[in-house]
Design a binder for this molecule. Structure first.
Ligand SMILES: Nc1ncnc2c1ncn2[C@@H]1O[C@H](COP(=O)(O)OP(=O)(O)OP(=O)(O)O)[C@@H](O)[C@H]1O
Ligand SMILES: [Mg+2]
Length: 195
């Protein structure tokens, strides 16, 4: 399965989602994460070789692709319209992470406007949901009212995600009391993608 993680906004959790979805898929079958962002965030995360799957750059992936069952592609923020279209048409599923922040949601609705005429398979994922506010519920309601495809699972706002990336591990392998619950959320996302 080829899954691309994309959004018109930066900082919405694309790389964090790509990393954790790859970790889930790797439990099912060999999974390659392609870092197609010039910032090389996923490659930097993988530098210490503590991730349970392989990360390659776009240029370095050519020879590897056929060896893997699942391919996850992490992309840069704000892709050009043509790039967005290519990515959508070249993947089995496009995951569009968004935080409940209204600017991020607005960008998500704009992404949907671009995706709808392409007739591609996409699904929106709510990320960085702050349990102390109702913003997550409000965002979910707005997306549901617009009848957009949305993951049932959502990702909580948790500093441990940032710490895990600094340590070069996935959240499951980061020692924090809330890490296990946070991993279960990404696992639930994975189960919606591939049960
Ligand atoms: N659920 C979360 N809770 C708290 N912090 C998070 C969460 N997900 C991601 N972050 C942090 O938010 C920042 C942006 O996340 P990430 O790099 O995954 O987003 P991105 O969409 O890939 O960004 P970019 O557009 O720069 O590539 C990072 O510092 C990351 O550690
Ligand atoms: Mg990124």
């Amino acid at each position: 399965m080829i899954i691309a993680i994309t959004a018109l906004k930066g900082g919405v959790g694309k790389t964090t989602t790509a990393i954790h979805l790859s970790a889930y898929l790797q439990q099912k079958a060999p999974t390659l994460l392609i870092d197609a962002d010039r910032n090389r965030s996923a490659l930097i995360w993988s530098r210490e070789e503590k991730l349970p799957f392989f990360v390659a750059s776009q240029a370095g992936a050519t020879n590897l692709i056929r060896k893997y069952t699942h391919i996850v592609i992490d992309t840069k923020a704000r892709p050009e319209a043509e790039e967005f279209k290519d990515l959508a048409q070249g993947s089995d599923l496009l995951i569009v992470p968004t935080t409940p922040n209204h600017l991020d949601l607005d960008a998500t609705f704009k992404a949907v406007e671009q995706l709808t005429p392409l007739n591609v398979n996409y699904k929106i994922l709510l990320t960085k949901v702050d349990a102390r506010t109702r913003s997550g519920e409000d965002a979910r309601r707005a997306l549901e009212e617009a009848q957009l495809p949305l993951f049932k699972a959502e990702i909580p706002l948790l500093v441990a995600f940032e710490r895990a990336s600094q340590k070069g591990v996935i959240i499951r392998d980061y020692s924090d009391p809330r890490s296990h619950v946070a991993w279960l959320r990404y696992k639930a996302v994975g189960q919606e993608v591939l049960p």
